[in-house]
Design a protein around this ligand. Structure first.
Ligand code: NAD
Length: 256
């Protein structure tokens, strides 16, 4: 479905007029890079509801078999092969133009930084799969080093310092978010004059609440998502075309 040019023009005008654009991204921005989302039609959980257990801290901590499966999933995680796509590139271009106040992402794949967004502007509310963390002593290290241990036969590699359970440095379901990170994201949302939610079903709280926060503070709200979200009613514009086609158009990338 191609969006009418008039709607694209209107949104582009809001972006041009804005001094502080805040973008919130979810798994949908990375599907065109080959990383499946969770809840879209081809999502990981849509196809296999059992897979949700791998992302639940209660199962992960209690069951070595779940941890072994989670490590195997990390070993073949599509993030290792994925390249940033046109959607990621458009947000990086927005930052280069000095328009991007903050990029709040629920993604853990590191593709925004690889596309060229500066790490200090990216707020990773659900952590990153590029690092591991010890659930006992808090040690953190690069994911690739732990994956090498898997290749040498360790199925559930323990922390090298204290023997504790290692996990990707991501926020699993049932785990607490980091309050300072969420506070910063909400503060930035409230400072936006144009807030654009991209590729998220907007079902995961508290971050989905950033949309309402921005709207209440007076921002124009745009939702770029193939499927309806619970916040469509308060959006000033809904764009349901592919993210890789839409973002270059609304952020006015030279070759769009
Ligand atoms: P979600 O899976 O709940 O929703 C993704 C939405 O994006 C869906 O509504 C889908 O219709 C839409 N979408 C997918 N591809 C699209 C495209 N090319 N164009 C337009 N729309 C498209 O994602 P969520 O809201 O981010 O929640 C999932 C949670 O899982 C997040 O918290 C995130 O931490 C994690 N997750 C991250 C990744 C990643 O890092 N790439 C991947 C899967 C899940």
């Amino acid at each position: 479905m191609t969006q009418p040019e008039a709607l694209i023009d209107r949104v582009r005008g809001w972006v041009e007029a804005a001094a502080r654009v805040v973008v919130l991204t979810g798994a949908g921005i990375s599907t065109e890079s080959g990383i499946p989302d969770f809840r879209g039609p081809r999502g990981v959980w849509t196809r296999d509801p059992q897979a949700e257990k791998l992302s639940d801290i209660r199962y992960y901590m209690a069951d070595a078999e779940i941890r072994k499966k989670a490590w195997q999933a990390r070993l073949v995680h599509p993030a290792w092969e994925a390249q940033p796509n046109a959607g990621h590139a458009a947000i990086a271009a927005l930052e280069r133009r000095g328009k991007l106040h903050a990029l709040i992402t629920q993604n853990i794949d590191g593709l925004h930084q690889r596309a060229g967004n500066s790490p200090e502007r990216v707020i990773e509310v659900h952590g990153t799969v590029l690092k591991v963390v010890c659930m006992s002593c808090g040690w953190k290290g690069p994911m690739q080093e732990t994956l090498v241990r898997l290749l040498t036969g360790e199925e559930d590699p323990p922390c090298g310092l204290c023997g504790g359970i290692l996990k990707s440095d991501t926020i699993s379901f049932g785990q607490s978010l980091i309050p300072e990170v969420i506070d910063r994201a909400m503060r930035c949302a409230a400072e936006a004059d144009c807030f654009i939610a991209v590729g998220s079903s907007l079902q995961v709280y508290p971050i989905a609440g950033a949309v309402a926060e921005a709207k209440a503070a007076g921002a124009r709200v745009v939702i770029v998502n193939a499927e309806p979200t619970p916040f469509d009613d308060i959006a000033d514009a809904l764009l349901a075309d592919s993210i890789g086609r839409t973002l270059p158009r609304i952020f006015q990338c030279p070759d769009s």
